[in-house]
Write a protein of this length. Structure first.
Length: 186
């Protein structure tokens, strides 16, 4: 290419350069006045203060909820036996009343003991404590029964023959398994 061709400018390049805006200088001001900026800063500061206040209130509320929950758990643990103890008080009263009458007959003592036992069973049932007393021939359940011995019997294998001691369940959790004898496999 000749020097003359290099010095000549391309008309398409000149038109493209004319269409592009001139770059802003580093010292130019953004659009808007100082008053606009100050109003926007004040608005954002107020919004920030409102959000900080909401955050602090939420934190305080969470601490209050946590404290109340801890107090309720503490009270529940402390007074968990209130209902159970209250239902046992009539049983205690019946036993004391029976002991205050030394000149009772055997039949009266037996009747009083049976009545007191009924009261005790009712108190246990009110507090969801249910006895495990499997009938003879019931399938042995290792979750509710404890086999003390295996005996030969005319029943199906691995079934309860006799109950040596009743078991108890509270709300589907075994407090004490029933002690049973079980039939031997044939």
């Amino acid at each position: 290419m000749s020097e003359n061709a290099q010095n000549q400018s391309d008309p398409t390049l000149d038109a493209a350069a004319a269409e592009q805006p001139a770059p802003e200088s580093a010292t130019s001001q953004p659009p808007g006045s100082a008053a606009d900026w100050q109003a926007q800063v004040a608005t954002l500061s107020a919004k920030n203060a409102e959000l900080v206040d909401q955050y602090l209130r939420a934190q305080a509320e969470m601490q209050n909820v946590r404290r109340r929950s801890e107090e309720e758990v503490t009270k529940a643990r402390k007074y968990a036996l209130d209902s159970f103890a209250e239902s046992l008080l009539p049983v205690c009263d019946s036993l004391e009343a029976g002991l205050h009458h030394p000149d009772q007959t055997v039949e009266q003592i037996r009747a009083g003991a049976e009545a007191t036992l009924r009261q005790l069973k009712q108190a246990l049932e009110r507090n969801r404590i249910v006895e495990i007393n499997p009938a003879a021939g019931t399938k042995f359940d290792p979750h509710q029964h404890q086999a003390i011995s295996v005996v030969p019997a005319e029943q199906d294998p691995n079934t309860v023959v006799t109950v040596l001691q009743k078991g108890y369940v509270i709300a589907d959790r075994v407090l004490r398994p029933a002690l049973v004898t079980v039939t031997a496999p044939k």
